[in-house]
Design a protein around this ligand. Structure first.
Ligand code: ZN
Length: 315
């Protein structure tokens, strides 16, 4: 058992649609086209690393493989979650993810992907694509064949603090000018449905995966049914956005001091605003915007002090 939070060093991904906003979190980003910060990542395409304490230098994968007690001896062949912050300077392509069953069969044992978004910041009038308007599969196919994208795709205006649950099978895209924290199943399986007919510098379009997309898109579109719950503990307001089979995601708003207990197999805490300190056992750790802390199994009672906002996830 350890009562010290594990701070993770993220992995950054350059993307053609990325920008420079992740520098505002205090990160040294690789370029002005940095699209993704993989904060808690135990995937072959990116591994975040512990940067403090007795587990310093270990990847999240290694902890999952060899120190499973940190996660309450949870079962599973891979760490279940992936947390990212995305900076979209351009529109992302329109995508859909398969569910576990489809991905297992068609993507070599990969997991499906259900994800969700917390809008950290965005430009005025920023929009996402969230669902579609086809009532039947036939209508979906015909609208795609006729190129009726404007009629097909549902656009939703967003503002900071909004939350969207994106189950597998949902057509979706993050629009330009949006900074989002994404919590998802630990998977990188994406089918690109539409890319606005954009061409790269060489005049080529990115590959689309129309056939697989059509197989996995839910028709009619799934409506967002999550109910938001609030709970006040001392000076901490917890907003629970979603509790589903894959994850629970909540926001902590700290405005002073609060004493909490970690009773889950693990908690992933991403600080998106402000700063403070955490007192746990004999440890006192300061935290600030841009930090990502894993509180392991058996972490016990801890105290938070400061003014901060965090996005927190667990199973
Ligand atoms: Zn996605």
């Amino acid at each position: 058992m350890t009562t010290e939070p594990l701070f993770f060093k993220p992995v950054f991904k350059e993307r053609i649609w990325g920008g420079a906003a992740l520098a505002d979190f205090g990160y040294h980003i690789p370029s002005e086209r940095t699209g993704e910060c993989w904060a808690f990542a135990a995937h072959k395409n990116g591994q975040s690393v512990v940067q403090n304490g007795m587990y310093k230098g270990f990847t999240l994968c290694e902890l999952w493989e060899h120190h499973r007690y940190l996660f309450g001896q949870l079962e599973g062949d891979r760490f279940p979650l992936l947390t990212k912050i995305l900076d979209a300077d351009q529109d992302l392509s329109v995508q859909v993810h398969p569910n576990d069953e489809f991905a297992n069969i068609h993507e070599n044992g990969e997991l499906g992907k259900t994800e969700c978004w917390y809008i950290i910041d965005c430009e005025k009038d920023a929009e996402i694509i969230y669902g579609h308007n086809a009532k039947t599969k036939e209508e979906l196919i015909s609208m795609i064949e006729l190129g009726e994208w404007e009629e097909l795709l549902r656009r939703v205006k967003v503002k900071p603090g909004d939350f969207f649950y994106v189950p597998s099978g949902t057509v979706h895209a993050i629009g330009k000018g949006i900074l989002v924290l994404e919590t998802q199943q630990n998977s990188d399986t994406t089918y690109r449905l539409y890319d606005y007919e954009r061409k790269n510098a060489e005049g080529n379009m990115r590959e689309l995966h129309l056939e697989k997309s059509l197989e996995v898109i839910e028709v009619p579109s799934i409506s967002d049914r999550h109910t938001i719950q609030y709970e006040q503990t001392d000076d901490l307001l917890t907003t629970t956005f979603v509790e589903c089979a894959y994850f629970t995601v909540e926001k902590w708003r700290l405005t002073g001091a609060a004493t909490l207990k970690q009773q889950k197999p693990f908690l992933l805490v991403s600080v998106i605003e402000g700063e403070g300190r955490m007192i746990s056992g004999v440890n006192i750790n300061t935290f600030k915007k841009g930090d990502h802390m894993l509180l392991p199994y058996g972490f016990g009672v801890f105290k938070l002090e400061g003014r901060a906002e965090c996005i927190v996830s667990h199973l």
